[in-house]
Write a protein that binds this ligand. Structure first.
Ligand code: AMP
Ligand code: FE
Ligand code: FE
Ligand code: ZN
Length: 285
């Protein structure tokens, strides 16, 4: 059988619980031949993963997952983005600054409730990209929620006491940014947006105008039928097919690296086509 890969993996550089090198070692132990590091709004996990990969022989692809808005929340994956691209770095810095402002407000609300939470301590513990999943972990540790899901339900969802909005890059800008940084933009987990067929097509067609190159057709929990439907859309729109688990470690304990919720199998041939596409790109530094 063709070797197995995973093109959607989070690390401690965002809200995953495994460090980049731990993820690489786990992938290697599971017999995966390649993984892509796709942290939320950052490329910071890649160097450590690449370093660990050189010892283990597994292929590591630099990637990112940008949170955007288009009617609702939409995530765009970017593969082979050039980490040194100035425009990309600048935009990612702006996202971090916006997150910092939002997160400081969440900490202030928690302190008003008598909780001893300091943002600089969270930064020290969790790194640069801090999101609501980290607050959920803290609330759980403080005994205010039974687990991350419960913490979201009680405190962090829209309308709940510690919800604070943050800003998002537009979907147009996100797709363009990935292209400008020499990367390949891919629509992540299309069924997560609960769109009708017509609205999903609108979304895809809109993104294609800005340079969308692929659709994530294989994903944790997607049935064979769902994946076939997405693959048929990819074929119809001349887009690449990608696939990955969205592994986060203990932050999403039901998802395993590579195999997702059990039956995910992303074949190496999808990466070959991605590589072929990548070879035809000339990154702008
Ligand atoms: P943020 O970007 O910091 O507002 O956090 C958004 C992230 O929180 C998403 O990428 C999800 O992974 C996670 N998330 C959002 N809602 C929930 C929920 N109800 N339960 C668990 N995780 C959630
Ligand atoms: Fe996440
Ligand atoms: Fe996502
Ligand atoms: Zn993800």
């Amino acid at each position: 059988m063709e070797s197995q890969i995973d093109l959607h993996v989070h690390t401690t550089a965002s809200d995953g619980s495994f460090s980049p090198s731990e993820v690489v070692h786990l992938a290697s132990a599971l017999g995966l031949s390649a993984i892509a590091i796709t942290d939320h709004d950052t490329v910071a996990g890649y160097p450590e993963a690449a370093e660990a990969a050189s010892a283990s022989g597994i292929e590591v692809i630099p990637g990112i997952e940008i949170s955007t808005r288009y009617r609702s929340a939409v995530h765009i994956l970017g593969y082979y983005v050039n980490q040194n691209n100035h425009t990309l770095q600048q935009s990612l810095n702006e996202i971090v600054e916006d997150r910092d402002r939002r997160n400081e407000k969440i900490c202030a609300l928690m302190r008003e409730d008598g909780l001893a939470v300091r943002y600089d301590n969270l930064k020290k513990r969790f790194g640069t990209i801090i999101g609501r999943p980290h607050f959920a972990r803290v609330l759980t540790e403080l005994g205010l929620a039974s687990d991350v899901q419960d913490a979201f339900r009680k405190y962090l969802e829209v309308g709940k006491p510690y919800f604070q909005r943050r800003n998002f890059l537009s979907i147009e800008r996100s797709v363009e940014l990935i292209v400008e940084a020499g990367g390949i933009p891919v629509l992540a987990h299309p069924f997560q947006y609960r769109l009708s067929d017509a609205d999903l097509r609108d979304l895809i067609e809109h993104c294609i105008e800005y340079g969308l190159a692929g659709i994530e057709c294989l994903y944790s929990g997607y049935s064979a039928e769902q994946s076939r439907y997405l693959s048929s859309l990819a074929a119809e729109y001349h887009l690449l097919i990608t696939g990955g688990s969205d592994f986060h470690g203990s932050s999403k304990p039901h998802i395993q690296l590579g195999s997702g919720t059990g039956d995910l199998y992303v074949p190496y041939s999808l990466l070959e086509r991605l590589n072929h596409e990548n070879a035809s790109h000339i990154p702008l530094v």
